[in-house]
Structures are given as C-alpha cells and as structure tokens.
Design a protein around this ligand. Sequence first.
Ligand SMILES: Nc1ncnc2c1ncn2[C@@H]1O[C@H](COP(=O)(O)OP(=O)(O)OP(=O)(O)O)[C@@H](O)[C@H]1O
Ligand SMILES: [Mg+2]
Length: 242
Amino acid sequence: MLKITNLHVFVEKTPILSGVSLVVKPGEVHAIMGPNGSGKSTLAYTLAGHPKYSVTKGNVKLDKHNLLEMTPDERARAGLFLAFQYPVEIGGVSVQNFLRAAYEAKFGPLKSIVEFREILRIEGEKVGVKKELLERNVNEGFSGGEKKRLEILQMMVLKPSVAVLDETDSGLDVDAIKTVARGVRAVIAAHNTGVIVITHYQRILKYLEPEFVHVMVKGNIVKSGGQKFGEELEKNGYTSYV
Ligand SMILES: Nc1ncnc2c1ncn2[C@@H]1O[C@H](COP(=O)(O)OP(=O)(O)OP(=O)(O)O)[C@@H](O)[C@H]1O
Ligand SMILES: [Mg+2]
C-alpha cells in the first residue's frame, strides 16, 4: 500500500505541491488528471526520489517503509516503479542488458540468461516490443510509441507493488493503448500492483477502468470520483476547479 500524507514539495525556491494526500491500496487503479503544470509529474518524480524535488512537509509510506528516507534504488527495490512521461535514452546499454541488470538488482542473480531473454521476448510481444528492439540501446532512436511500450515491458519485468505511469498513453496509437492497458491489467492481476496513472485522456481510462479519478490543480488534489467523473472531466474541462 502507498500512503501519501500532506505532501509539500518545492523545486528550487518554487512551491509546486501543497498538501497532496492519497492512499493507493493493492490492486487499485487511481487516475490523476489535471491541467498542464499542475504538479502531476512532480508528484511522480518526488515519489521516485529525483534530487531536484525537495519535500518540505508530509510523508509517504510504501508498505512499512518510510519512502522519503530512502534512495531511488532502495525505493525501486522496495517495489516502487515509475514509467516516465519522457523516457530517457541510455547510450551503449542494450534493452536486454538494461532489463537484466534491473531484474537482478531487484530479485538477485538470474539462473539462466537464455531463459530470461526468452521471457523478455514473450513478454515483449505482449506489449508490442519487437525482438530487434531488445537488442538496441535503451530508447536510442525509438519512436515515441516504442519508448512508451518499453516502459510497460519494464513494469512487467520488475513486478512492482506500486507503479506510477506518467502519461504512458501519450504518443501511443489506438491499438497500442489497448495493448498497453491490457499489459498493465495483467501485471495488476498477477502481482496485485497498485497503480497511479497520470493522463489527459479518457481513452486509456476506458480500457484501464480506474476505481478512482482525481483532479490535481495547482499542486493539490481538489476533487476525486469514479470512472464517470473522468468522463465528465474530459467533457467539461478543468475551469470549474481552477
Ligand atoms: N526547475 C524548476 N523551476 C521552477 N519551476 C519548475 C521547475 N521544474 C518544474 N517546475 C514547474 O513545476 C510545475 C509543475 O510541473 P509538472 O511537470 O509537475 O506538471 P504536470 O502537471 O506534470 O504538467 P503536464 O500535464 O504538462 O505534464 C510547472 O509549472 C513547472 O514549470
Ligand atoms: Mg507531466
């Protein structure tokens, strides 16, 4: 379970988050919507432990852990996963070596590399990451959609207890949105993962069917509801909440 309580975050001297509270129980999907610049990615990066963001107040618990006292790699090992809004390129590191290193950091040494590669191939196929992509350097020259699919493959490999997906749907074609949503649902079904999905669009929510939809405005969650609420938001916009 992820429990965020009264989280205040500054970037340099600017306050961005001002008192965010949110509880994500195992197996639940929470969508966070809201205008550009309202602090959604800031929340994602803060949870992952990006050094640019300083927490001035509040706390975050991931199961029994005090998340904010942990380094980014400790957070990942404790079960937190972040899919980036803008996935980064890693030159000189192939996707399969990257995933293998990530897997071993979390679960210990692999028994068989050949077997792991086979798992990658099978899991990759499920979310449309082709075998050739596994051999290329991480995100180097990948199309927008390929990068987003790879984020989900990472999630499938790392089996997180809590996953934050920051605009994973942006840049995906209509079929890929379905594929990716199915991939996320499969991880939830297998590992009871709690998911926060940050998005601007209803189309991914149609397939993911979140139990909760929240609106973030100016660094805080100002209203929450169910899936119907998400549909209203897309239709009516955020003006009444700003
Ligand atoms: N280094 C910085 N200095 C000052 N302000 C910053 C810095 N980094 C981020 N911000 C500001 O923090 C605010 C929140 O940004 P964030 O990326 O969290 O928004 P978002 O809700 O994810 O938006 P979007 O929907 O466009 O992805 C923005 O106004 C952004 O300009
Ligand atoms: Mg963002």
